[in-house]
Design a binder for this molecule. Structure first.
Ligand SMILES: Nc1ncnc2c1ncn2[C@@H]1O[C@H](COP(=O)(O)OP(=O)(O)O)[C@@H](O)[C@H]1O
Ligand SMILES: Nc1ncnc2c1ncn2[C@H]1C[C@H](O)[C@@H](COP(=O)(O)OP(=O)(O)O)O1
Ligand SMILES: [Mg+2]
Length: 194
């Protein structure tokens, strides 16, 4: 089952809230045809289904906290298995958000060949999220929740980058730049895999 996935390229896309992960992933899909799996999107789909589990997830996400590891990992794994036969590679966007998530992913699914680190300043991320909040309808794109998400990012997620840096697979892109220029850097990182 998970065997099918073992040989696929796996790219972790990590960065703060509002750094531009989703934006760059869309570009990657268009150019390289990879499969984009956003943990946040998978969770929001569960919330939208109106299930009991969705209601619990919604409450956690609205507070800017992390949902339980098993929940999000199972969702990603199921989504990967569903695409395993047709996928050229997987963009795992928004995961891992803590070192433990990375370790469990590798135990249950496989090893990433690249960690794309989408870097922006906290002021930039706040500005973008507040702007996105005007139209996103996301219950976590408000000032109070944004602050908590940022705090958690620096506390729990930044160590993920250091963890994979020691393995030499981190490529950092400067997401302060305009989208097209960020994507030039992203493309270089992906092309260097071949
Ligand atoms: N390089 C960029 N320059 C300016 N705005 C950007 C850039 N990248 C993303 N944005 C905008 O910032 C907001 C957050 O981007 P998004 O891709 O949703 O980030 P994330 O998935 O990391 O939360 C979006 O409204 C997006 O249009
Ligand atoms: N890997 C993960 N582990 C735990 N919770 C996660 C998660 N990915 C997403 N979530 C939950 C908590 C996040 O605050 C929320 C929104 O995530 P997201 O859509 O990836 O945000 P963003 O794209 O703004 O960085 O969903
Ligand atoms: Mg996103």
């Amino acid at each position: 089952m998970a065997d099918k996935i073992k040989d696929a390229k796996i790219i972790f896309v990590v960065g703060g809230p509002g750094s531009g992960k989703g934006t760059q992933c869309e570009r990657i899909v268009a150019k390289y045809g990879y499969t984009h799996l956003s943990s946040g999107d998978l969770l929001r789909a569960e919330v939208a289904s109106g299930s009991d589990r969705g209601k619990q997830l919604q409450a956690i996400m609205q507070k800017g906290e992390l949902v339980p590891l098993d929940t999000v990992l199972d969702m990603i794994k199921d989504a990967m298995i569903a695409k395993a036969d047709v996928s050229k590679g997987f963009l795992i966007d928004g995961y891992p958000r803590e070192v433990k998530q990375g370790e469990e992913f590798e135990k249950k699914i496989g090893k990433p060949c690249l960690l794309l680190y989408v870097d922006a300043k906290s002021e930039t991320m706040i500005k973008r999220l507040l702007k996105r909040g005007e139209t996103s309808g996301r219950s976590d794109d408000n000032e109070e929740t944004i602050k908590k998400r940022l705090d958690l990012y620096y506390k729990a997620t930044e160590p993920v980058i250091a963890f994979y840096e020691s393995r030499g697979i981190v490529k950092k892109v400067d997401s302060e730049l305009p989208v097209d220029e960020v994507f030039v850097q992203v493309s270089q990182a992906i092309d260097s895999l071949k």
